[in-house]
Design a protein around this ligand. Structure first.
Ligand code: NAP
Length: 318
C-alpha cells in the first residue's frame, strides 16, 4: 500500500531545518525531516559561535546544534536518513521525492539543504583530500599541532578557522588573492594581531605537492608574477560555498548562483515549496538568520496547508 502523503517534508537538518521542525511539530503538524548525514549542517564545523544570542561566552557550533536537536526531539520530529534526491515530481498539490532506496510524498516541502564548501580545482586538491587537505579546521586542527599550515580565503570562515588553527599549529599562513580581507572588521582586528598568523597577500594557491601527505604549496603572487614554494603540512580551503540545489534545477526558480529565489514568506516559485537558511537567495549567511528563516518557512508552510485544506488531524506520533 502506498505511504500516506505527509504534511511537510523538511530537506536538511541544519539550524534552519531543525527550527522549522521545532515550529511544525510544536504546532502538531505531520512534519518529517530528511537529512543526508547527521543533523547539524555546516554550523557543526564552527569552533565557536559568538553571535548567537543567549550564549554570553559563545558556544561551539556542534554544541549549539546538539541543543537544537534535543529541543526538537521533545516534540518527536521524525528524522529519516536519505540518499541525494534523484527525482522531484510535482503532482497537483503533492510533491513526490524519490531517492535511492526510498521516496516520500508531501504537500509542502521546506528546502533547508544549505551549502557545501567550494573547490578551486587546482592540481593536488583532489589527490591530497584527507591527506593534509581539509575543509574543517574544527575537526582537523589537532592533527597539525606545531606544524605549518596554509589557509586559503579572506572571508569570515577563513579568518575564524585560521584563528582556531593558530591555537595548534606553529604557524598559519593565510593566502588571499587580494590585499584586503573580506571578513568582518571584528575578525580582521583579531587576526591581524595574532602572532602565529602570517599573510601572503595578492596570492593564489596554484598547486599542492607531496608524497603520502601534503609537503608544499606553490603560491603565485599576482602583483610580482613570482611563484613561491612554501613548505606546509596542511592546507585548509575557505573560498566560499555552493548551494545544495542540484536536484531542484527545472523545479523551482534559482538565481544565477544556484540559490533558491523566494518571496518574503520564503515561498519559492512553486506554491508549497519553501526555502530557508543558507540555500536561499538571501544577503547574509548567519546561523541566527538560518534559524529565524526556518521558523518563518514553517509558519508559511502551515498557512499553505490550511489554504489547500490538506492539514491532517494530529494523532500523536507517526
Ligand atoms: P565568502 O564570504 O564568500 O568569502 C570567500 C573568500 O574566498 C573571499 O575572501 C574570496 O576572495 C575567496 N575566494 C573565492 N573564490 C576563490 C578562489 N577561486 N580562489 C581564491 N580565493 C577565493 O565565504 P565564507 O567566508 O565561507 O563566508 C560565507 C558566508 O558565511 C558569509 O556571508 C559570511 O559572512 C558567513 N559567515 C559568517 C561567520 C560569522 O559571522 N562569524 C562565520 C563564517 C561565515 P575575495 O574576497 O577576493 O572575493
Amino acid at each position: 500500500m502506498a505511504e500516506p502523503v505527509r504534511d511537510v517534508a523538511i530537506l536538511g537538518g541544519g539550524p534552519s531545518g531543525l527550527t522549522a521542525g521545532l515550529y511544525l511539530r510544536r504546532a502538531r503538524i505531520d512534519a518529517v525531516m530528511l537529512e543526508q548525514q547527521l543533523p547539524g549542517g555546516q554550523a557543526v564545523y564552527s569552533p565557536l559561535i559568538e553571535n548567537f544570542p543567549g550564549f554570553p561566552e559563545g558556544i561551539p557550533g556542534a554544541d549549539l546544534v546538539d541543543l537544537m536537536k534535543q529541543q526538537v526531539d521533545r516534540f518527536e520530529l521524525e528524522i529519516k536518513t536519505f540518499a541525494p534526491v534523484q527525482e522531484f515530481v510535482l503532482d497537483g498539490n503533492v510533491k513526490r521525492l524519490r531517492y535511492e532506496g526510498g521516496g516520500l510524498d508531501a504537500y509542502a516541502v521546506i528546502i533547508a539543504t544549505g551549502r557545501s564548501p567550494r573547490k578551486i580545482g587546482i592540481p593536488g586538491e583532489e589527490e591530497y583530500a584527507g591527506r593534509g587537505i581539509s575543509y574543517c579546521a574544527t575537526c582537523d586542527a589537532p592533527l597539525f599541532k606545531e606544524k605549518v599550515v596554509l589557509v586559503v580565503g579572506g572571508g569570515d570562515a577563513a579568518v575564524e578557522e585560521a584563528l582556531h588553527l593558530a591555537r595548534f599549529a606553529s604557524k598559519v599562513i593565510l593566502v588571499h588573492r587580494r590585499d584586503e580581507l573580506r571578513a568582518s572588521s571584528y575578525l580582521q582586528e583579531r587576526i591581524l594581531s595574532e602572532p602565529r598568523v602570517e599573510f601572503m597577500w595578492n596570492s593564489e594557491l596554484r598547486e599542492i605537492k607531496g608524497e603520502q601527505t601534503v609537503q608544499s604549496a606553490s603560491v603565485y603572487n599576482n602583483v610580482t608574477g613570482e611563484t613561491a614554494e612554501v613548505p606546509v603540512s596542511g592546507v585548509f580551503f575557505y573560498v566560499g560555498n555552493e548551494p545544495n540545489t542540484r536536484f531542484l534545477r527545472d523545479i523551482v526558480e534559482l538565481n544565477e548562483g544556484g540559490y533558491v529565489v523566494t518571496d518574503d514568506r520564503l515561498e519559492s516559485s512553486v506554491p508549497g515549496i519553501f526555502a530557508s537558511g543558507d540555500v536561499r537567495a538571501n544577503h547574509f549567511k548567519q546561523v541566527i538568520l538560518a534559524a529565524a528563516e526556518g521558523a518563518l518557512a514553517a509558519m508559511s508552510a502551515q498557512r499553505y496547508l490550511e489554504t489547500i485544506g490538506a492539514r491532517k488531524a494530529y494523532e500523536g506520533g507517526h
